[in-house]
Design a protein around this ligand. Structure first.
Ligand code: FAD
Ligand code: AMP
Length: 479
């Protein structure tokens, strides 16, 4: 007889593993199917995020930033070290150890919560049946009360730059170079391109980022994007906008890239080329023709606001569905869907999902940008606080950037928070919480913040919304 579960989750990335754990915690018999195998041939849970995404990229960003600081900034503190060297193998080994620790941790959480882990590729059939093709080729069919699709996403490949061994690589390849390449090209100045470009720039590569659009980070606050562009250029990243890559030719151990800019066709040679032009939902071989699941025009599984697909009892979460391709967005959807399956009311607030770019300094935001609000015809007021006026930032030798808060001109409700600065990935939680609780700028103005902290910039930015900032000379006063 076929195995039966209340809930079957396909994919153990952040969206899938959270859905599985939550469903089990709510008393449902739950299985999670995963096809990912690591270098040693062992199944690895955790999806893109843990294996080749959020976690390994942050591990390398941390190592490379420490190297850069030891080389260029420690002397400001009176710490003089000669001959600072980067050991790429050790840096990679540290990253790999973190990855295996965390992926093993998910296996532990599954055991602890009673989630049955099934190795192989899952395929949704009609009537909530799921076919699993094991790594040895054997096939099993499982019956489910509810199915959660969480197959995630894969890097987009573009015809001008087909991947080639370790020369033209995607983000996964760029997390595993075994030495510091001399010349690194990155296609795409999006989040992933900037993070990976930063890693290799910091450890000594000459990095050129080619971006087809004429605007830098068009989805971010444009004042912050402009100031970040200048900072990144100063760090040595060459970010070339309005450059569309049209071709590539591998010549021995190098690659010659052709691109088009305002002046016409140009070429540039690299030792490594990282293709970082975005990701697409992964659905190949995951549905039978009669599964009933439908996709939208961009290939995302079509779902409603509560992640229900067009098939009753089948849900889809994470990168597979509309919305930002972010691990925490998928996790929240995983929780929501498990709650709904357990018969509870659940919904999620898509308006307060934070975004972070883990460059140095980090760029983080939540809510609307000035540009969006103008387009929507909403009247707003803005408060800004530069870190240059924050004591803790000075003590930390890092005064780049600012906190910017946007509030509704009529209601004072906070509509957006945008931060370019040290540890902004942590600070932005204050914006998320404020917006989740529908706080006004005045609510933050009346809040006591510890001194000396970077968070004081959030306080002063909130005060600045009404011209009341205490630490900026000549704040614009409102009568
Ligand atoms: P995935 O993590 O892609 O997981 C899907 C899983 O399903 C995979 O393990 C896959 O093997 C499995 N699977 C697919 N099909 C089947 C099948 N048929 N049967 C069985 N298993 C299947 N996001 C952030 O929020 N913060 C970051 O800092 C961040 N950094 C990133 C850095 C990089 C370099 C990259 C590439 C991504 C980064 N992301 C980041 C994005 C983040 O990784 C994704 O948003 C997140 O992993 C999506 O989660 P998911 O569960 O939807 O899918
Ligand atoms: P993201 O989707 O945030 O990961 O960013 C990917 C970036 O790659 C986008 O800003 C695209 O404009 C850019 N891009 C896509 N194709 C090309 C190309 N052929 N040449 C240069 N940039 C590209």
């Amino acid at each position: 007889m076929a195995q039966q579960f209340d809930v079957v989750v396909i994919g153990s990335g952040p969206a899938g593993y959270i859905a599985a754990i939550k469903a089990a915690q709510l008393g449902k018999s739950t299985a999670c199917i995963e096809k990912w195998v690591d270098h040693s041939g062992k199944t690895s849970l955790g999806g893109t995020c843990l294996n080749v995404g959020c976690i390994p990229s942050k591990a390398l960003l941390e190592s490379s930033e420490k190297f850069h600081q030891a080389q260029s900034e420690f002397s400001d503190h009176g710490i003089n070290i000669k001959d600072v060297k980067i050991d790429v193998k050790a840096m990679m080994a540290r990253k790999d150890a973190i990855v295996s620790n965390l992926t093993g941790g998910i296996a532990g959480l599954f055991k602890a919560n009673g989630v049955t882990s099934i190795e192989g590729k899952g395929k949704l059939l009609a009537n909530k049946k799921v076919e699993v093709t094991k790594h040895d080729g054997s096939v099993e069919v499982i019956e489910a009360g509810s199915v959660v699709l969480a197959m995630g996403s894969v890097p987009i490949e573009i015809p001008p730059t087909p991947l080639h061994k370790d020369i033209i690589v995607d983000s996964t390849g760029a997390l595993a170079f075994d030495h510091v390449p001399k010349r690194v090209g990155v296609i795409g100045a999006g989040v992933i391109g900037l993070e990976l470009g930063s890693v290799w720039n910091r450890v000594g590569s000459d990095v050129i980022i080619l971006e087809a659009l004429d605007k830098f980070l068009p989805f971010a606050d444009q004042m912050i994007a402009k100031s970040a562009l200048k900072v990144f250029e100063k760090q040595g990243l060459s970010i070339r906008l309005s450059c569309r890559v049209t071709g590539s030719e591998v010549k021995g151990k190098t690659v010659v890239v052709t691109y088009q800019d305002a002046e016409g066709e140009k070429t540039v040679e690299f030792d490594k080329l990282i293709v970082a032009v975005g990701r697409r939902p992964y659905t190949e071989g995951c549905f039978s023709d009669d599964s009933g699941v439908t996709m939208d025009e961009r290939g995302f599984v079509f779902v409603d606001d509560q992640c229900r697909t067009t098939v009753p009892g089948v849900y889809a979460v994470g990168d597979l569905v509309r919305g930002p391709m972010l691990a925490h967005k998928g996790m929240e959807e995983g929780v929501m869907v498990a709650e709904i399956i357990a018969g509870h009311n659940a919904q999620m607030n898509y308006e307060t999902i934070p975004s972070v770019i883990y460059t140095h300094p980090e760029i983080s935001w939540v809510g609307k940008t000035e540009e969006q609000l103008k387009a929507e015809g909403v009247e707003f007021k803005v408060g800004k606080m530069p870190f240059a006026a924050v004591g803790r930032a000075m003590a930390q030798n890092d005064t780049t950037g600012m906190v910017k808060i946007i509030a509704d001109a009529k209601t004072d409700r906070i509509l957006g928070m945008h931060i370019f600065g040290l540890s902004s990935s942590e600070l932005i939680a204050q914006g998320v919480i404020s917006m989740e609780f529908a706080a006004s700028a005045e609510d933050l103005q009346l809040t006591c913040f510890a001194h000396p902290t970077l968070s004081e910039a959030v306080h002063d930015a909130a005060l600045a919304v009404d011209g009341k900032a205490l630490h900026i000379p000549n704040p614009k006063r409102r009568k």
